[in-house]
Design a protein around this ligand. Sequence first.
Ligand code: CO
Length: 178
Amino acid sequence: MTLLDIVTLPAAILRKKTRPVTTFDDELQTLIDNMIETMRDANGVGLAAPQINLPISLTVIEGLPKIDEDGNDIPDSRQLFVVVNPKIVWHSPETIDGIEGCLSIPGYLGEVERSEAIRIRAQNRQGKKVKMRLTGWTARIFQHEIDHLNGVLYIDKLTAPENFWTDEEFHKMREEEE
Ligand code: CO
């Protein structure tokens, strides 16, 4: 496996709309494996192809662990998604504000309003058509990653311009709240 370079702002590719993936060959499978490896190495929960300098409609997502009744992480409960050519076909009317960061905007966090649930149509890594319904944090990550495929970044959608912080400012603010 190969770790890929993650591009950061102001790279122009992050603002480009991607083209669909049409060939599901060995080369694509290798690329997907390398993207998964790169996402995990960077401690990310998602990585979209433009972030590794490829203008194609492909993202890998590995959601947060499931939580048990006592609020502890359930081991090995993270679910890996490989999502090709996704389209959001339904947004829940309910929305929720949450804090997001991005591997292409290192050192910053911001608050973004997202739909609480979505339905998508996409293809899996073999090109098979799939439908998914996603909720909560997983739905948030999917919305963030699918935005990347359209050249949209979370900083375009802040709940207010001032709701954007360096990691340091954010953690200081959280400590003061406690
Ligand atoms: Co991102």
